[in-house]
Design a protein around this ligand. Structure first.
Ligand code: NAD
Length: 332
């Protein structure tokens, strides 16, 4: 089957090509993201393969349909960038990769937490300049501290298990509580109480209208003073300007994020030789107690291999007219 792959980087080609030796599809790579300007590139392709910042809104989907595309294959978990209702109305199938490696993202969240707490980013820069002073590098023991896990799904539970291993008190918040989370040593907070007693808040819920800006000026004001905030889910969960105010007042003790609400057009690119005009991001990066990574939490060999295998398996199922194992229903 002919598949147009958008937002394709070198590593996407490398891993998709390796898996495609067995799958045998025809892959056409485009470095550009899918949007209204590039959707014409998909004309005549039965499937498009897209990533987190491609734009599959109603207008783009209608053009895909008109060009003969029947399948939108997300090579990621989150699907907030696809208008599922419009896709269903147009008769387009949408698939994603649900289960590639929760370890990749959870372990990155832990890496961010350890780095921001123990100031590893600052220590790294200091020692490279032969500055071995410790002033400003003090952290706290994670052992015995309370960690709020917002979203106790696959990734949240792996993160929680690691935190239990550190000796933390793990408090979950989820619309659909999971017995597995409780079995591994976590306990659920009364809704609304989340974060109030937590030294660390880590976000693992999907971006939905309900979770949009779940971290805002109000939740920040009610949080424990000096708490660390970790976001490896989606940027839209956090009101970044409210976080900046929280960092300025000291209400937030540190912020480490792999995602940013306005990351489209910035992340996954080398912009080191140009002026980045996003003032909010620039302000955020200027804090000593902030670490931003560019949406790399999923980026392990194991995860990428599984993502490519699952994506091409979905394409094979679609081409054969079989039920789609990883189809996203219209309601999400
Ligand atoms: P999952 O579906 O297994 O878990 C999500 C959990 O969030 C579920 O338990 C669900 O009930 C809960 N949830 C839904 N709405 C909620 C709400 N309003 N309040 C509280 N909890 C709510 O998904 P997952 O595989 O654990 O992934 C979680 C998120 O991580 C994805 O949606 C995606 O946005 C993000 N992600 C990021 C990266 C990255 O590279 N940074 C990679 C993969 C996934």
């Amino acid at each position: 089957m002919k598949i147009a792959v958008f937002s394709a980087k070198r590593y996407d080609r490398e891993y998709l090509d390796a898996v495609n030796v067995a799958a045998g599809h025809t892959l056409k790579y485009h470095e550009a993201p899918l949007d209204l300007d590039t959707v014409h590139l998909a004309a005549g392709y039965a499937a498009v393969c897209i990533f987190v910042n491609d734009k599959a809104d109603a207008e783009v989907l209608a053009q895909l349909k008109a060009g003969g595309t029947g399948l939108v294959a997300l090579r990621c978990t989150g699907f907030n960038n696809v208008d599922l209702k419009a896709a269903a109305q147009l008769g387009l199938k949408v698939v994603r990769v649900t289960d590639y490696s929760p370890y990749s993202v959870a372990e990155h969240a832990v890496a961010l937490l350890l780095a921001i707490n123990r100031k590893i980013h600052r220590a790294y820069n200091r020692t490279r300049d032969s500055n071995f002073a410790l002033d400003g590098l003090m952290g706290f023991d994670l052992h015995g501290k309370s960690v709020a896990v917002i979203g106790t799904g696959k990734i949240g539970r792996v993160f929680a298990k690691i935190m239990v291993g550190f000796g933390c008190n793990v408090i979950g918040y989820d619309k659909y509580p999971s017995e597995e989370f409780v079995a591994l040593g976590g306990h659920y907070a009364v809704p609304g109480e989340i974060g109030r007693d937590a030294d660390i808040v880590s976000l693992h819920a999907p971006l939905t209208p309900e979770t949009y800006h779940i971290i805002n000026a109000d939740t920040i004001a009610r949080a424990k003073r000096g708490a660390l905030l970790i976001n490896t889910s989606r940027g839209g969960l956090v009101d970044t300007e409210a976080v900046i105010e929280g960092l300025k007042s000291g209400q937030i003790g540190g912020f480490a994020a792999d995602v940013y609400e306005q990351e489209a057009g910035i992340f996954f690119r080398d912009l080191s030789s140009v002026v980045v005009t996003d003032d909010v991001l620039q302000r955020l990066i200027s804090f000593p107690n902030v670490i931003i990574t560019g949406h790399q939490a999923f980026f392990t060999r194991e995860a990428i291999t599984t993502i490519c295998e699952t994506t091409l398996k979905s394409a094979t199922e679609f081409a054969a007219g079989q039920p789609l194992t990883n189809e996203i229903a219209a309601g999400g």
